[in-house]
Design a binder for this molecule. Structure first.
Ligand SMILES: [Zn+2]
Length: 261
């Protein structure tokens, strides 16, 4: 069995390089053969890439999260365009809309989101989308700017109606579940995970956030991804081996990488 953690803020789990390498190593021992490292801005991204690009199970996304909209540099687009040519960078993100944190205005957030989607499209990369209280605007923007390589609604927190509407509107859109899928009262997520076709689902830890029930008292790490996969398989009444493998292949297809078995 092998696992793919499609969204982990490796730089936020621990401060120290050695400790980060230990986290990647213990993930590898836990059969997490691939991890996508996420940063919220380009400064953090560059630092982490320099530090960890040689780690065999680690790949990177780069972008400016809507929560960092006020901290971007003037030439961020040129910088990101160049970063997207680096060989372990496989996605644009995280990008999206966050109407809960209220950073920047709605128009400014939409503009930043659209620019990220255009960069993704131009560079043939998928986009990793953060959505807080912005369901309609997310779908509207994707309606005009969906990158050809597709997008994922990461750390999905909405209801099954929205999940189904979203995937039926776009055939290259995926839904990613984090550790909150395993919470007893996450009824909407449980229902979503059952009604969605398995080939449109990804999983993530959203480390160090979104603690799965089993590991509530510690900081979330990629090695915990198995709990979400096991829970998903249980909900769908499918074998863990089968679900883990399909999820892995979904992520390989989405990020256009192939990990040797
Ligand atoms: Zn995140």
């Amino acid at each position: 069995m092998r696992f793919f953690d499609t969204h982990a803020h490796i730089g936020l789990i621990v401060e120290d390089t050695i400790e980060r390498l230990i986290i990647l190593k213990s993930a590898k021992h836990a059969k997490v053969d691939a991890i996508i490292s996420i940063c919220n801005n380009l400064v953090d991204f560059k630092k982490l890439y320099k530090e960890l690009a040689d780690s065999s199970n680690l790949f990177f996304a780069a972008g400016i999260s809507p929560t960092e909209i006020e901290h971007k540099s003037k030439d961020w687009q040129e910088q990101l365009e160049e970063i997207l040519t680096w060989n372990k960078v496989v996605a644009v993100g995280e990008t999206g809309l966050d109407y809960m944190k209220k950073t920047g205005s709605r128009d400014q957030q939409i503009e930043l989101f659209i620019k990220h989607l255009q960069l993704a499209d131009r560079n043939n990369k998928p986009a990793i989308i953060h959505n807080r209280n912005a369901n309609n605007d997310i779908l509207d923007v994707l309606g005009s700017y969906m990158p050809k390589q597709g997008a994922v609604l990461h750390c999905f927190c909405e209801d099954p109606t929205f999940a189904q509407e979203a995937i039926s509107r776009f055939d290259n859109l995926y839904i990613s579940f984090a550790g909150n899928l395993t919470w007893r009262n996450s009824y909407n997520l449980h229902k979503s995970a059952i009604v969605l076709p398995l080939n449109r689902i990804l999983v993530e830890t959203e480390s160090p956030f979104m603690k799965p029930t089993l590991y509530k008292d510690v900081r979330t790490k990629p090695e915990f991804i198995h709990t979400t996969v096991e829970y998903l398989a249980g909900l769908r009444n499918e074998s863990v081996e089968y679900v883990a493998e399909i999820l892995f292949e979904n992520a390989e297809r989405f990020f256009q990488i192939s990990i040797p078995k």
